[in-house]
Design a protein around this ligand. Structure first.
Ligand SMILES: Nc1ncnc2c1ncn2[C@@H]1O[C@H](COP(=O)(O)OP(=O)(O)OP(=O)(O)O)[C@@H](O)[C@H]1O
Length: 299
């Protein structure tokens, strides 16, 4: 897969504060790459440098194997902060202005309005739009010149659950269209739902990066219950159990590597127990994220 972004030793100091510290990253074509990190960990500063808005103090990065340039940046659409639209103009007119500035094909306007589900409201004035609609128009504007990459900084900030779900669907649609997406977010559940890869920043340093699919791999937590008084005792004898805990009405079995829920089910059945409940709990990205951050506490 083609590398679209390669970052080497990228650093940004604001006076004595090191906001981004020796960052290395690779993003490949077609990935939806989530940048995670607590407040102030350097996500926005990193995206600002990648878009040429903030000057790096040290390090370098390349887009499509080339040094950043005005021409290369035309292949990247970004929604970094609240974009400026004219409140008294319609969504359509605002996009027409944007398309002219970016020398985009005007035929793209209808397509991007459709993509962000604003076609029905395109002739309404921007100032009448809800926050979710404003954010969707910003995404449409970033896509109007059909860039190969889309960068989004906290795209669901301030939105209600419905607005968040809408943006999630739009991001999935844009990714399905073959674009590479890089997004910074606080919402771990969101990242787990839409991203293929993620990186975790802490105090400007990269502390983890990998595929979202790997989250929770290698260890299974199985919740089980049965109408049997000795279930807890029998579970203790299961060779695949690392630990067994009573968790509310159910038992929580932390499995040894290589053992799965069906092994547990078979074991219980061979001991005359028919389960009434059996569920594998995959570790959430949130849990993984908190573990990564606690493992990387500064000395
Ligand atoms: N222009 C600036 N001048 C001085 N310090 C800055 C500037 N911009 C950012 N910082 C500092 O750099 C650090 C990283 O900030 P940044 O906004 O990149 O983090 P973030 O991960 O995007 O945070 P959030 O999740 O809160 O948006 C913070 O300590 C911030 O206060």
């Amino acid at each position: 897969m083609q590398t679209v972004l390669s970052v080497r030793g990228l650093t940004k100091n604001f006076g004595r504060l090191c906001a981004v510290n020796q960052l290395n990253l690779e993003v490949k074509a077609g990935q939806v790459f989530g940048m995670l990190g607590p407040n102030g960990s350097g996500k926005t500063t990193t995206l600002g440098m990648l878009m040429g808005v903030t000057n790096p103090s040290a390090g370098e990065f390349s887009w499509f194997g080339e040094a950043p340039s005005h021409t290369i940046r035309k292949r990247i659409g970004a929604v970094l902060e609240h974009p400026i639209f004219y409140p008294y103009l319609s969504g359509q007119k605002n996009l027409e202005l944007n398309a002219t500035i970016k020398q985009a094909d005007p035929a793209n306007i209808a397509k991007v309005l459709e993509l962000v589900e604003l076609t029905a409201r395109k002739d309404h004035k921007y100032r009448t739009y809800s926050l979710g609609m404003k954010q969707r128009l910003a995404i449409a504007s970033a896509l109007v010149n059909d860039p190969e990459i889309l960068i989004l900084d906290e795209p669901t900030n301030g939105l209600d659950p419905m607005g968040i779900a809408e943006i999630r669907q739009i991001i999935k649609r844009i990714a399905a269209d073959g674009k590479t997406i890089i997004l910074a977010s606080h919402l771990l559940d969101e990242v787990q739902k839409v991203c293929t890869h993620y990186a975790v920043l802490r105090k400007g340093q990269l502390v983890h990066s990998g595929p979202v699919d790997d989250v929770g791999k290698g260890e299974e937590l199985v919740e089980v219950n049965a109408y049997h008084d000795d279930l807890g005792l029998i579970l203790q004898r299961f060779e695949g159990a690392k630990s067994v805990k009573k968790d509310g009405a159910n038992y929580s079995v932390q499995m040894n590597e290589g053992f799965h829920s069906h092994d547990l089910n078979k074991f219980l059945f061979s001991n005359g127990i028919v389960v009434s409940y059996l569920a594998t709990q995959k570790k959430s990205l949130e849990k993984q994220f908190l573990e990564i951050l606690s493992e990387n506490k500064p000395a």
